[in-house]
Design a protein around this ligand. Structure first.
Ligand SMILES: *Cc1c(COP(=O)(O)O)cnc(C)c1O
Length: 432
């Protein structure tokens, strides 16, 4: 499969180059040349297939022969070694739990898959690759966890000192092995600036192979389409149209859903559910896309004012807002509404959502009130204990922390303290 840039000013590339580049040289995002249809009859047998088998069937069309078949089989088996329950809350109302991976966030799907793909290319090119990730919290731990012990890869995490939660810091700094955490005296923006400077530094470019693990990488986007195929395979037997509500920030998750639909997944409607960072619901309403500075909310992983995957959405709908409206219902919610939803779902179903899943739940309910006859699914993207301060305050009961998170609390922090000065970071990289 070849990949092109949404800016159309860079050469098309193969999978390896697209994954290594992350962003295309012209600043565009890579898109697959063609979205392959799943074979006729696929959905008849798919409801008895495991998630890993579905992931293989979907990904082979994009990744073979750039990746040999046996390698792809292994990658899928290793990356997705956790459960993905589809829980029925009420008649025609479901939640797909995407937080059963090692860091309890749905970003595990993308990070674990991409890590192994990059590992394959590192080995093939006989090159040691250094991944640089600047993080304000959760992305760093999913990426670091994904790359833990992947041969040929070193990971350097930059995080702002004193600005991540204590649990997050433990997750970032206690990994060891091929992961190094740098505690930067500065802000998240300083961390991002250091990472960007490293990618354009001539001497570093000459002496080492640097790659980025940021969210626009095509190898992080595509694995998110697998669970849309999986959930629609589970529900397609019901014979009613399916609506899926996606709690959205950078819109990678929703874009992957649209790609799944184009492959043939029988999903009738998506709901783009946002917090008050509502530029996409606004676009769907008015036809004008107007990025704005992000505002802080209790679903902070979705506090994005200029979603980076929007250019991919435009590409998929040929810049036509009417076409996008046919598939996507957009709606945004305040923190007040989000808290009310957390409490009412806890009372009604004894089910504890996290703040991001709660936004998706609200979007689904809004849609199902207006349009009848759908089976509705909302995506739960984080375990509620990751945001326990807020959740406990609202529902009034302690949220239990899964053992795999608790385990970190007893581990030892190992981080190198750095200033936000580039020369210090650079000499660290050269000695790595
Ligand atoms: C990243 C994240 C989101 C938003 O996903 P996008 O693909 O950026 O739209 C939603 N929920 C949680 C918990 C996240 O970490």
């Amino acid at each position: 499969m070849k990949f092109y840039s949404t800016q159309m000013k860079s050469p098309t590339v193969g999978l390896g180059q697209a994954v290594m580049n992350g962003l295309a040289p012209d600043g565009g995002l890579y898109m697959p040349f063609r979205i392959p249809r799943l074979p006729n009859g696929f959905f008849k047998k798919a409801n008895s297939m495991s998630f890993q088998d579905i992931a293989f069937e979907v990904s082979k069309n994009f990744f073979i022969p750039d990746l040999p078949k046996s390698i792809l089989v292994n990658i899928v088996q290793e990356a997705f070694n956790f459960s993905i329950p589809l829980v029925e809350l009420d008649k025609q109302l479901y939640v797909l739990e995407l937080f059963h991976g090692p860091t309890c966030a749905f970003k595990d799907f993308a990070a674990r898959f991409m890590a192994r793909i990059l590992g394959f290319f590192a080995e093939k090119l006989q090159q040691e690759i250094t991944i640089i990730v600047a993080t304000s919290g959760d992305t760093g731990s999913a990426v670091a966890h994904g790359f833990l012990n992947v041969k040929g890869i070193k990971v350097v995490i930059l995080y702002p000192s004193g600005k991540v939660s204590s649990l997050q810091e433990k997750q970032l700094t206690s990994m060891g092995e091929n992961i190094t955490a740098l505690e930067v005296r500065g802000t998240f923006d300083d961390c991002q600036k250091l990472a960007k400077q490293a990618f354009v530094d001539g001497e570093l470019k000459e002496k080492m192979t640097l790659a980025s693990a940021n969210s626009i990488n095509i190898a992080r986007l595509l694995p998110q389409s697998f669970y849309y195929v999986y959930l629609s395979a589970q529900l397609s037997m019901k014979g009613v149209p399916i609506a899926v509500s996606v709690p959205s920030g950078n819109f990678g998750n929703l874009t992957a859903g649209i790609i799944a639909k184009r492959m043939g997944a029988p999903i009738a409607k998506f709901i783009a559910s946002t917090n008050s960072n509502d530029v996409v619901p606004r676009y769907l309403k008015t036809g004008t896309f107007q990025p704005k500075p992000s505002v802080s909310t209790i679903s902070n992983a979705m506090d994005v004012g200029n979603p980076s995957n929007f250019s991919r959405m435009l590409e998929l709908y040929e810049n036509d807002v009417r076409k996008m409206r046919d598939d996507i219902h957009g709606v945004s919610f305040s923190d007040v509404a989000t808290r009310e939803a957390l409490l009412s779902v806890f009372k009604k179903y004894q089910y504890t959502m996290d703040t991001h899943g709660a936004v998706a739940y609200l979007g689904l309910v809004d849609f199902m009130k207006k349009f009848k006859g759908y089976a509705g699914v909302f995506l739960e993207t984080a375990h509620p204990s990751k945001f326990f301060e807020e959740v406990e305050k609202v529902i009034g009961v302690p949220v239990s922390i899964p053992d795999r998170l608790k385990e970190y609390l007893d581990r030892e922090k190992q981080a190198i303290l750095l200033s936000n000065d580039f020369s210090e970071f650079k000499s660290f990289l050269l000695k790595l």
